[in-house]
Ligand binder design. Structure first.
Ligand code: ZN
Length: 250
């Protein structure tokens, strides 16, 4: 199994404990995601230390205030690291007001540019901003590999799937009883474009709700998705590993 989106730097246990616990649950690879320049450097350091860990470097939309030329230069430099498999997470978040929509859009377009420059996929965060997020992707990310992280646009799944190089990544919230729309959406995603993630330490799957999430728990979300899609865990595991390999290119 692959945890396509985790934040080792935000989890409380030390990285070696988190990685060992994940391996014990059959997680073979994980992508740890930077949310600013400093945590992107930490993500690369974790990826250098653990063969199972890869990094994404980027600036989260909530951290986009004052995005500067120096941030661009730093990301551009880190994007060339051999263990960097994606750019982001980036996108738009109108739910929180940590950064203005204008600042978020500047940082978003800059990261799309860097991802295109190095042929890397871009990891997208979108919250209460789906129209603008999709519009910017249509304008600036044509032909690029796009990962919709923590997919939560249930009603727009067909529109997302119409973009041939978009991968759909499901997090622990797909296991919450009220989110039937997400489980319905998960049934529509072709196996080659379906990813699973934790977004740890956030969004623990149902059985662990209220407690901090960790990469090991991706197996629970994956089990719920396999059940929903009526495939064995064995087969689902192979499908997810091959989808992740296709998008991250490892
Ligand atoms: Zn995240």
């Amino acid at each position: 199994m692959v945890d396509s989106h985790t934040h080792l730097h935000l989890c409380e246990p030390p990285d070696d404990e988190l990685v060992a616990a994940a391996l014990a649950q059959g997680v073979t690879r994980m992508v740890t995601i930077g949310t600013d320049v400093e945590s992107s450097a930490q993500a690369l350091a974790a990826a250098e230390r653990f063969p199972e860990v890869y990094a994404a470097v980027g600036i989260h939309p909530n951290n986009a205030t004052g995005f500067a030329d120096s941030d661009y230069t730093e990301l551009e430099r880190m994007a060339q690291h051999p263990r960097c498999v994606a750019i982001g997470e980036t996108g738009l978040d109108y739910y929180r007001d940590h950064a203005s929509p204008a600042d978020q859009a500047v940082a978003f377009r800059a990261q799309l540019e860097i991802a295109r420059m190095f042929g890397k996929p871009v990891v997208i965060h979108t919250r209460d901003a789906d129209d603008d997020t999709i519009r910017i992707l249509d304008q600036h990310a044509a032909g690029m590999k796009v990962i919709i992280h923590c997919f939560s646009m249930g009603s727009r799944i067909d529109e997302c799937l119409a973009h041939e190089r978009w991968w759909i990544s499901f997090a622990g919230n797909v296991t919450y009883p009220k989110n039937q729309d997400l489980r319905d959406a998960a049934l529509r995603v072709p196996a080659e474009r379906l990813l699973v993630e934790t977004d740890a330490p956030y969004l623990s799957p149902q059985s662990q709700r209220g407690k901090p999430n960790s990469p090991a728990l991706v197996a629970q979300t994956a089990q719920a998705l396999a059940l929903e899609r009526r495939v064995s865990y064995h087969d689902f595991n192979l499908e997810v590993e091959s989808a992740a390999q296709a998008v991250f290119g490892w």
